[in-house]
Design a protein around this ligand. Structure first.
Ligand SMILES: [Zn+2]
Ligand SMILES: [Zn+2]
Ligand SMILES: [Zn+2]
Ligand SMILES: [Zn+2]
Length: 319
């Protein structure tokens, strides 16, 4: 047999064994690279054609022809995006098994890579990154009053609200996250107190070095029956949200008197929470017209101070 073939097979001639020390590390690297490439390719096969992401966990659904759809997208569609088959509730057990074994040791990119995130890690670590990724998709705070449908990466949010005037931006008086501003009445002779429809003021973005991490904004709202609501929402992950506390203090503009001041001390709400969820949670200051009218000074309805602080997370289990 040809000597070269023998050495390619790892068999030396005349008992001359190939040098283990020299060859093994090189072979291992090649195998690792090939293995890694193969796994990345496998993950690509499992890419969902709707969100274009590799599912992070099962179940993985498929149509009758075997085109897969991830569990997040499956409830949102009525037919297979590849072949239009209406039966999209088959389970792809083989894909689920392959996914599970491949993801165990193959790093994947953060799902917000198209927005600019370069993070890459094992799925088990990546999930906590993605919850707080600075490139994750968020809605404009004006979404809740139906004034803006912008959905974009978090790192572009402040730029968006300033450019499109979707929110009023209030900067803190350092060193604390302490914000002072006012809310006004309608121009001309109309007053909000005579309205029998709901009135939403622009969300108020609370900007300070500290508060920038939490992306908090205050909401002021008067419903059709003359009930006023003031509360703070935050675009932070639930673990951070639980540690945020806010004080909303409403008073007469320019007054330092202690009387006729209403205060809320408590939690902030998620930017994802519905109005109903916030009503149910009780995390707001509520007033009636009669109370609010006491604060009026010409076209300024009221002045407010908001203090934001972070406390230790007491919901974490003790180790
Ligand atoms: Zn999907
Ligand atoms: Zn199909
Ligand atoms: Zn990311
Ligand atoms: Zn907007």
């Amino acid at each position: 047999m040809d000597e070269d073939i023998l050495s390619n097979l790892g068999l030396g001639v005349d008992g001359a064994e190939p040098d283990q020390e020299d060859t093994q590390p090189q072979d291992t690297i090649d195998i690792d690279n090939t293995e890694r490439k193969r796994k990345i390719e496998q993950l690509e096969w499992m890419e969902c054609p709707i969100c274009l992401d590799t599912p992070r966990s099962g179940p993985i659904y498929s149509c009758r022809k075997g085109h897969i759809i991830c569990k997040e997208c499956q409830p949102k569609v009525t037919q297979c995006p590849t072949c239009r088959d209406k039966h999209i509730d088959c389970r792809s057990i083989i894909a689920e098994k392959l996914l599970e074994s491949t993801l165990k040791d193959t790093p994947v990119s953060c799902k917000y890579r198209s927005s600019g995130c370069n993070s890459e890690d094992l799925v088990i670590n990546l999930e906590s990154h993605e919850i707080s990724c600075m490139f994750r998709s968020v809605r404009c705070p004006a979404f809740h009053r139906g004034a803006c449908s912008w959905l974009g990466p978090l790192n572009k949010l402040i730029q968006h609200v300033i450019l499109k005037k979707c929110a009023q931006v209030v900067k803190a008086k350092p060193p604390y996250s302490y914000f002072v501003s006012t809310i006004g009445d309608f121009a001309q002779d109309q007053t909000v107190f005579s309205k029998n429809t709901a009135t939403h003021w622009k969300p108020v973005m609370l900007i300070s070095q500290e508060a920038l991490k939490y992306f908090c904004y205050a909401i002021f709202y008067r419903d059709a029956q003359g009930y006023w609501f003031a509360y703070v929402r935050s675009i932070s992950p639930p673990s951070t949200m639980n540690t945020l506390r806010v004080e909303i203090r409403i008073k007469k503009s320019g007054s330092n008197e202690d009387c006729d001041t209403y205060v809320y001390n408590g939690r902030v709400s998620s930017s994802d929470a519905s109005e109903q969820e916030i009503r149910d949670s009780g995390n707001y200051l509520m007033m009636r017209d009669g109370q609010v009218k006491k604060f009026m000074m010409e076209k300024t309805i009221m002045e407010y101070n908001i203090t934001l602080k972070q406390i230790e997370d007491t919901t974490q289990p003790l180790n």
